[in-house]
Design a protein around this ligand. Structure first.
Ligand code: ADP
Ligand code: MG
Length: 381
């Protein structure tokens, strides 16, 4: 394919903060951005050239959307698969509908990883209550039951501690196709955000260390504070994932590091990832510009990181006692504030993030955590 050059319009399926940061990167490089989603007044739509709001089933609206853009990408994995299939008949969709199809379903995703010989959390596919009972005997306790589709930020997951809880757990997830996983008593959670270009080139941002609270990412530290050998191994596994998928775009691989020092893949995100947000402030090319370059068939950009960095999410819970004190956070010289333009702050909702640079990962993490503290505790007045 001939590269898609600045001036062209790129289509984004989905309209959350990932689409917003992609749109900002694309517009910075002189592209136009059209977003498509069933919602209006969205984080991505607010900064796009055109916000189409129509249902995923509206084939007429999809066709019109496709006729105005040179290529399409997506910013979340719950875009119905049929939408990408329909679009692929008309124009390039990157990464492909096949990648989306695998990544949007935990059963298919884990089957792909196991088939590729990659290290994955012990699991069993479960489609009926009886299968759950058998799987529990094999996996043991505690185990985690996850719906195959539509889960995010820990939604659609439930822990099971004994055979007595099987039926209640099955009902709690709505009796849908699911995966039963062994509970991993991990040392830490890690991720690699990487890109693959049209020419097969590969670029990555090193190994990232992630801390979750209530299943939602709280902080990322870049680089991860683990031995170099683990980082080398994680990057090689990630490269194998991108090549196995034949992906053109940005993909994140989430890992558990077990207490025995083993890396196990938890899941794959077929798009830029929350743990890669630090790249906006800390790297030559952000993960969003990298996605744009891959989608457009341009050479991938340098992933060189200027300094160690740490990122903290700003969740809706922070608004419990009114608007956070942005002025105080901005008073921290090394801290960068990003807000997504969402009007309603609900508990657990990702409203924005902050990034700090530092001489090493520890001091970057301290700087961003300190900034977080002053948000809720005004320094003057
Ligand atoms: P989501 O799609 O919601 O991100 P994940 O499978 O990544 O789903 O689960 C969210 C978080 O829940 C993980 O980052 C981890 O902290 C915890 N978790 C998920 N699966 C396991 C597991 N098998 N063992 C231990 N913790 C887990
Ligand atoms: Mg996850």
């Amino acid at each position: 394919m001939k590269p898609i050059l600045p001036g062209a319009a790129i289509g984004v399926l989905g309209s959350g903060q990932l689409g917003r940061m992609f749109a900002i990167a694309a517009r910075q490089m002189g592209y136009r951005v059209h977003t498509f989603s069933p919602d209006s007044d969205t984080p991505a739509g607010l900064v796009s050239d055109l916000e189409v709001n129509a249902s995923w089933e509206d084939t007429k609206a999809l066709k019109a959307f496709a006729s105005d853009v040179a290529a399409v990408t997506f910013e979340f994995e719950n875009v119905p698969f049929g939408v990408t299939t329909a679009l692929e008949a008309l124009l390039p969709v990157r990464p492909s509908g096949t990648v989306l199809h695998i990544a949007q379903n935990r059963i298919r995703e884990k089957a792909f990883l196991a088939q590729a010989g990659l290290p994955v959390v012990p699991h069993k596919a479960v489609r009926r209550l009886e299968e759950l009972r058998t799987a529990l005997q094999e996996i043991g306790y505690p185990a985690i039951l996850k719906t195959a589709e539509s889960g995010y930020d820990g939604k659609g997951q439930i822990a099971i501690h004994s055979a007595l809880q099987a039926e209640a757990a099955w009902n709690a997830i709505g009796g849908r196709d699911a995966v039963l996983e062994a509970f991993i008593d991990f040392e830490c959670e890690l991720s690699v955000v990487a890109a693959r270009g049209e020419d097969g080139s590969f670029a990555h941002y090193g190994l990232l260390e992630n801390h979750h609270k209530n299943h939602i990412l709280q902080t990322t530290t870049a680089p991860a504070r683990v031995p170099d050998q683990i980082a080398v191994e994680a990057v090689e596994v990630t490269r194998a994932v991108l090549e196995g998928l034949g992906a053109i775009g940005v993909i994140c691989v989430e890992f558990f590091l077990t207490r025995g020092g083993r890396l196990l893949i938890n899941e794959i995100a077929p798009r830029p990832h929350n743990s890669g947000h630090f790249t906006l402030d800390a790297c030559v090319t952000s993960q969003f510009e990298q996605q744009l370059r891959a989608v457009c068939g341009l050479p991938l950009g340098s992933t060189r990181q200027f300094q160690a960095a740490a990122m903290t999410n700003l969740l809706g819970d922070l608004w419990a006692r009114g608007e956070p004190d942005w002025g105080a956070a901005c008073g921290r010289h090394e801290v960068k504030l990003h807000l997504y333009g969402k009007r309603e702050a609900r508990p657990g909702r990702k409203m924005g993030h902050m990034t700090a640079l530092g001489g090493d990962a520890d001091s970057a993490l301290k700087a961003v955590t300190d900034a977080m503290l002053v948000l809720g505790r005004p320094e003057k007045g």
